[in-house]
Design a protein. Sequence first.
Length: 745
Amino acid sequence: MTTTQDPARVEPSQAERLTTDPERTPAVGRVAPGRRAGEEPSITHLLGRLGVIEERIRGLVAERRAHDPQPDDPFRGLYLSDEAVETILERRPEPPVQTRASARLTECERAADAALRSGARLRLREVADRFGLDALDVDLLLLALAADVDPRFGQLFGYLNDDVTRRRPTVATALTLCGRPLGSGAARAHLVHGPLITGRLVRVDDADQPLPVRTLRIPDRVAAHLLGDDNPDPALAGALVPASDAVWGDVAPLARALDAGVDLIHVREAATGSGRLLAIGALRALGRDAVVLDLQHLAAGAEPAELVDLAVREAMLGGAGLVAGPVEALGEAPAARTGLAGLAGCPGLPVLLVGAAPWDPAWAPRTPLLVDAPASTDAERARLWALALSEPGTPGTDGAPPSAGEGEPDDGAPFDAQTLDVAAATSQYRLNPEQVVRAARAAQVQARLDGGRIAAEHLRRGARAENGTALDRLARRIEPAVGWEDLVLPPATLTGLRELSLRARHRERVLGDWRMRPGGGRGHGVAALFAGDSGTGKTMSAEVVAGDLGLELYVVDLATVVDKYIGETEKNLERIFAGAARMNAVLLFDEADAVFGKRSEVKDAHDRYANVESAYLLQRIESFDGLLILTTNLRANIDDAFTRRLDVLVDFPLPDPGHRLALWDRCLGTVVPRSSDLDLEFCADAFALAGGAIRSSAVTAAYLAAADGAPLGMGHLVTAVQREYRKMGRLSLPAEFGRYWDLIG
C-alpha cells in the first residue's frame, strides 16, 4: 500500500515555512502581478482576511496536535485506531477556538476603511452589503474560498477534518474556526437557509451525510468575482444577452419608481415599443448596469429555475438590475413557472420583467408595478435608423472612406443622409427600437458586399433580416422578382394597387401617430381584396406590391389551413396571423372565398360552426397589424362583412386587345428568337385570353420552337394557344384561328 504524508502534520518549523514563504503562497499576503488597475485594494483586503482565517487555522491545528494520540501515523484519517476511539470518547465538545486572529482582523478592516475613504472598490465588502451577509457569513464565505486561493488550506482542512481526502472545510470545522459551537441552531441556520445559501454564494455538499460532516464549496463564479473577474457564469451562455446601447423613450417614470424602492416591475410593451430598452435606460439613469436575461432561452432549457437563480446571483454580484423577458415565455410553460416565481422573489434586487402579454397573477406570489411601454413613433424609428447607421466605427461613417488595405471598401462613406431618405425608405417596417438598431447594423454589413455605400435596398434587406421563421411552416415564401413595369393592367387597377402600397407605407404615421383608427382593439394592418377571373394578374400584383414595399410575400396554402375537425381551422389561422404579426411581410390568401365565404342560415351544427369560423376571421382581420391581401375569382362569394373591413378593393378585368398585345410581347420577352411571320396583333385580337393563359401559351410556344431548333413562329404560337384552349375546356374553332388554322401541329 502506498501512503501520502499529510502536509498538515509536518514539523512546526516546516509548517511555518509553508505559511510564510512568498514563493509558495503567492495569493496570501501580497498582490499577484498583472492585476487590473483599481483592483489592488480589493485583493489586498481579501488576502488580508484570508490571513485572519490562516491564524485561526494555526490555532486550531496547534490545539488538535496537543491532544493527538497518534501524531506520526501516516495513515491518519483513513482508519480509527483503538487509541483514537478512546480519545473521541473522552473528548468533550471543543470550546470556540481562541487565537490571535482578532488583532489581525482589526488591522485588516482598519486598512479597508481607509481604502474605501480614498475611493477604492472592495469586492468582499460589496458582496457582503448586496447579499446582506453578517460577520459570521463573511467568515464562512472566506473559509469556503480559502482552498481555491491557496492549496495549503486544502491540506490543512484535510487534517482538521481527520480525513485527508476531504480538502474543503466541513460544517463542524468551519463553525469551530468561526468560534461558534456546533450545537448552536442560529449558527447552523447560516448554512441551511441563510443568505449564503439562498444567494448561491456557498454550496453545502454531501446532502446524504450528517450536517456536521458536510463540506462547504464556493462556486467558481463567486470565487472569480471576489478575485476580480467580471465574466458571467459559463452556465448562462446563451441565456444572457448584451445590454443594448440604444436610447429610446422616456425612462424617467421607471427610474423614479426604482429610486423609490420598487424592486419588481412588469413592463408591457406595444408591438413597436421596447420595454427592454426602457428598463435598461432606467437602470443606467440610476448608475446601475443591467443583466439582460432571455426567458425564451430559459423556457427551452431543462432547468429554467436553476438558470434564473444563477442570473439573479450574477446581477447581485455586479450590483446591477435584472431585466428579463419576454415574461410570457416562462408563463406559458408550467415547468418554468418556478423560475418566474424566483425572479419575483428577490427583495432588494431591481427586477424588471418585460413582455407583450399582460401580467397574470398566477405567475408569481406578489404583484409587480404594472407599466406600459408605448409604441414607438414613425419619427422615433427614423431617428434610430439614422443614429445607428451613423455610429462611429463602421466603415466610412466618419465621412471619409476606409483606408485601402484594411479589408474594407474604399469608395466612400456607406451612409449619406443627404442622398438617402431613411424615413421614406423604412416607414413601411413595423420594428421595435432594438430591431431597428440590429437592422441598421445588418444593412451596413450588406453594404460592404456592394461597395460600401448604403442604399435603400440595403435598409430593406436589414429590416427583412429581422423576420423570423414562424410562417415558413405555414405558408410559401416568395421573394418578389417583378416590379410595376412588369404589370399590364388598366389605369383604375393600377391606381388601386398604388393606393394599397401607399397605405402600407404610411400606416404607422396615420394609424399610429395620428390615431385615425381609435378604439375597438383595432390593429394597424391594411387589408385588400383582389377580385377577378383566373389569370388576370392578382397574385403577380401582390408580388409587385410586396416588392415595392421591400417586403417578402407569403402565400397561405389553404390545404394546410382547412381542417375537418371543429375548431382546428381557427387554430391554424391563428398561428398564421400571429406569425405574420411579428414579421414585416405581405400575407396572401389565394382563393380566399374558401375560408372567407358568406355566412349562411343555421340549419344544423355544421352551419353553426362554419359561421363561428367566419366570425373569428372578421374580428381577427380588424386586430391584425400586418398587410393582408385576399384574392378571389368570385367576389360575390365574399361575405359583405369582410368587404366592409377591407381598406382597398381592386378589380382585375379581363384584358382588352390592346392589353393582350402588350402581354404577348412582354411574355415572349427579348431573348427568345422570333420568326418574321409572328403576328402578335392577330393573337391579341383573335384570342380572348387572360394574362395567365397568355403567359402559359408563350412558354409552350417556346418549348415547341426549341424542339424544332427554329425561331419562334406563328405555327408554334397558334399550336400553343390550341393546347391552352384544350386545358381550359374550350373548343378550338377554325374561324377563331383564321388563316393560321392549318399551322396547328
